[in-house]
Design a protein. Structure first.
Length: 337
């Protein structure tokens, strides 16, 4: 990403000179619009409308925060994983999520926003993360349900982002999606083992799916007619499909998978609609969604408190890393302080 930022794109070179000519942005707007229309990538050094930049910062920050807050509910089970194999897999998965946060904070940096600034906003409650992580992980089976459903929903949302109009975000998503598909499979495999296990294990898997199904459907955001940012994001090709479209795609993928898992999805209205060529599903409780979003979910306070504490306790690591980098850059830590 740093390389991309350092190399002006053809568009940056062709129009770079004109950018000194302050005042008239119409020409830049035209170039930007043409690039988006032609499915070209917008790169950090290209001119972009302020609102496009602000939308990307908001979305990438929320995505990055979700990755690192999402480490908490699953990390809760690392010490209690039932075998060394399961523990190693879960540790690798949680570590991947930290990496995803890192790629995304880096992508946000290319828009001129530092990681410190974004973390401060998260800690102050001024930026959001995905509401799904405000639900507790009550049993070991929740690790499976999160992998299968939450990472599965994330993939459905994120695969189209690999074609997002902003280059650094799109490129970060390519690797993230590859790792997410590993996460989804580990969740599926874990649930399958439980589902085929003892009656108690099967019941535990079913209970976890019952609790995570509806919140997973809410991960796609409010219905299209209530979605604040959707239309503009689609016009800018940041978003490629609407919330309802992606939600439907996810339901259609999950129903046959639930059947092969031997588990039931907790929705009596779920049935194949021959005419639409999709599964119909029951109404979503949006009151619950808005409550969790407002901060009234079961774990909102706990998640943000733990994040703040981790940040404070990690201060010495950041200081040491900065001093080390400074030393290797030939400087002197004390002189700089
Ligand atoms: Fe992730
Ligand atoms: Fe993941």
């Amino acid at each position: 990403m740093a390389t991309a930022a350092a190399q002006p794109t053809a568009r940056g070179q062709a129009y770079g000179g004109a950018q000194d000519d302050a005042g008239d942005t119409t020409a830049y707007q035209r170039v930007f619009d043409a690039a988006v229309a032609a499915d070209e990538r917008i790169e950090p050094r290209d001119w972009m409308p302020d609102a496009y930049r602000a939308t990307l910062v908001r979305q990438i920050a929320q995505h990055a925060h979700s990755e690192i807050i999402g480490m908490q509910p699953e990390a809760n089970w690392i010490t209690r994983a039932p075998s060394l194999r399961r523990k190693a897999i879960l540790m690798a998965k949680v570590q991947d999520e930290a990496g995803h946060g890192l790629y995304l904070y880096s992508a946000a940096e290319t828009l001129g926003t530092s990681r410190d600034e974004l973390l401060d906003k998260l800690h102050a409650g001024r930026q959001k993360y995905s509401s799904i992580f405000n639900y507790p992980t009550l049993t070991w089976a929740d690790v499976g349900a999160i992998g299968w459903l939450v990472d599965g929903a994330a993939i459905t949302n994120q695969v189209p982002l690999c074609r997002c109009s902003y280059g650094p975000y799109a490129r970060a998503m390519v690797r993230i999606c590859k790792e997410e598909s590993f996460h989804q499979r580990q969740g599926y495999e874990l649930l399958l083992a439980l589902s085929k296990g003892t009656p108690e294990q099967h019941a535990m898997a079913q209970d976890a799916v019952n609790r995570w199904w509806w919140p997973s459907l809410m991960m796609f955001g409010p219905p299209d007619d209530e979605s604040q940012h959707s239309a503009q994001s689609m016009a800018w090709k940041i978003k490629r499909h609407s919330n309802d479209e992606l939600r439907q795609r996810f339901v259609d993928i999950c129903v046959p998978q639930a059947e092969s898992l031997g588990l039931t999805l907790p929705d009596p209205d779920l049935r194949w609609n021959e005419e639409r060529g999709h599964y119909d599903f029951g109404p979503i409780d949006w009151t619950e969604f808005w409550e969790v979003l407002k901060g009234n979910g079961p774990c909102n306070e706990q998640r943000i408190e733990q994040r703040r504490r981790a940040h404070e306790e990690g201060a010495w690591v950041r200081e040491a890393a900065a001093a080390y980098a400074d030393k290797h850059a030939g400087g002197n830590g004390e002189a700089r302080a």
